[in-house]
Design a protein around this ligand. Structure first.
Ligand code: AMP
Length: 126
């Protein structure tokens, strides 16, 4: 059940369709908890999306309703992907958009992993 008045999970969202194999992705890693693939519109030399296999609309939904195994599996997978790609030096950035003000476009929880150049300030000066 979604939290904070969010709409119910939309099975037609693009990441749900990728998980079902209905549309392709450039896969980097998968296990029983996550799928990771290249962002179609990269904002850095490395721009990877890591998504849980479970149906969670957002970080708010995932953090409140996913099982401990799913949360642990997800976080460990993100760390493993970055480590295995050799990104720990010189570093990387993780980002999760949640809701309207963040600009979240796809209503399936995902973490962006950016790397490959100095990433600048955390937020653009508005
Ligand atoms: P967000 O704004 O946090 O919801 O980010 C959604 C991200 O999904 C954007 O960076 C898009 O470029 C990316 N995206 C949308 N469709 C696809 C797709 N078919 N394959 C890979 N990335 C996608």
């Amino acid at each position: 059940m979604p939290v904070n008045g969010l709409p119910p999970y939309d099975d037609s969202n693009i990441f749900a369709r990728i998980l079902r194999g209905e549309i392709p992705c450039k896969k980097i890693y998968e296990d029983s908890f996550v799928l990771a693939f290249h962002d179609i519109n990269p904002q850095a030399p490395t721009h990877i999306l890591v998504i849980p296999r479970g149906k969670y609309c957002s970080f708010a939904d995932f953090s409140a309703t996913a099982s401990e195994a799913e949360i642990t599996g997800f976080i460990r997978a993100v760390g493993k992907i970055a480590r295995d790609l050799g990104l720990e030096t010189p570093g990387y950035r993780l980002l999760a958009n949640m809701g309207e003000h963040s600009g979240q476009e796809v209503p399936h929880f995902h973490i962006h992993l950016f790397a490959g150049r100095p990433l600048g300030r955390m937020l653009p000066t508005a």
